[in-house]
Design a protein around this ligand. Sequence first.
Ligand code: AMP
Ligand code: ZN
Length: 494
Amino acid sequence: MPLRLYNTMSSQVEDFHPLHANEVRMYACGPTVYDYGHIGNFRTFVAVDLLQRFLRQSGYKVRYVMNITDVDDKIIRNAAQAGVSVQQYTAKYVQAFLEDSALISIEPPHFVRATEHIPQMADFVARLVEKKIAYRADDGSYYFRISEFPGYGKLSKKDFSGILDGARVDVDEYDKDSARDFALWKAPKPGEASWQTPIGSGRPGWHLECSVMSMEELGESFDLHAGGEDLIFPHHENEIAQSESLTGKTFARFWFHARFLLVEGEKMSKSLGNYYTLRDLVLKGYKPSSIRYLLTSVPYRKQLNFTFDGLKQAAVSVERLRNFRQRLRSGGFPGGSNPELQALAAETLSRMQAALDDDLNTAQAQAAIFDMVRKVNSALDAHAVNTGDTAPLLAALDRFDEVFAVINDDDSAKMKTISQWALSDGREKEISAELRDQIQADQISNAAIESKIAEMEAARKARNFAVSDALRAELVGAGVIIENTKDGVRWRRK
Ligand code: AMP
Ligand code: ZN
């Protein structure tokens, strides 16, 4: 079964095949770097990361490009208010975005920056003018004449038959129902940042940036273009209009849009007090792996309602996976293999593949791995696991983690980095007691836990209870839960 993906253009789930044999070329609209990224942004970015990871797992080579919008109306306004240049203003947020992406285990795409492609953008406008699709207004701005592109509205399925020819809009984001000639290039207003180019001085419009950079990196036609659902109109509609009227070719073949995330049932907004950056959550003591797990727990086209209960639940799920892997790795199983477990590992692999092939049904893939965990835990309790079973079961876990990226544990190092950032950024007050506890608890490595447990057991056998009790207390203090079972000591982290 090939991968099937929903295509916003056809409003259908379609078989996905790339244009070039085994290589997928995809583009995601990246962040506008005027602030720290919030969890809504990362819902979309993690969804696209999961897609590209799954494509690679399925055997494709993936060329994945993401732009960084480092010039737009808001950036220019904020930079001017702060009295710094556009570059100075955005540098901090570009850096923060790269760090946050790593924090949430996003594999870095090939990043491209708007401000590094200004000459190509001016040239693109000049070619549209030559074709009489774009025109210059008296102030030196350039507009795209949408009446020249009959397909306008085909992505958003809006009917623009009654549009006013020549009515214009010069802001990047505008009323969802108004179709107007949109700005390709904006002449500078007094005091605003601008670039000197053959079409005059000014700056590119946001829509133009993505058309130019995606085609430069991936060709005039490429496989997939992604973003959050709010970008369908006007941003993606305008990208299509600009690109296709210039090339006469299909711009992107698949349009992938992630549904907007809600927080505690409401649209996230600063005024409602339910607005969270990734860093806010880590400062509250939540692990990056829990956040990533929660963001992927609902398929990308379904509404994800972010709640703190859900986040705590996600932490429990990740911990179960980690403890399960720990149990399998701890060894000491009898030789041979159990055919039922061998079959279970194979079935889990194919259930995960089928779920993700089905328009990235992440919830079903997670259900498959947890069915395996439950069954194998029972088998472990019943001493029905043999040495030969651990490799295929661990391989199924690894395959899951290639895409979901939550089991490998580097939370504590990441949390330490965020706490250091908070200290250096004057946000010491925002570091919660929970975050301090987590960092404290994770000071101790797995290897150190194992060796202390071995010491504790040796002391106990030698009836040196004062020493064994002290070691136990030390481990408990570091957040390790120790259980004595008839098979010996088992441990996990709190
Ligand atoms: P921006 O930095 O505002 O350009 O947004 C970056 C990406 O995040 C875009 O793909 C947006 O569609 C996406 N996005 C913004 N808010 C949300 C949200 N609440 N849920 C999901 N995606 C979002
Ligand atoms: Zn874009």
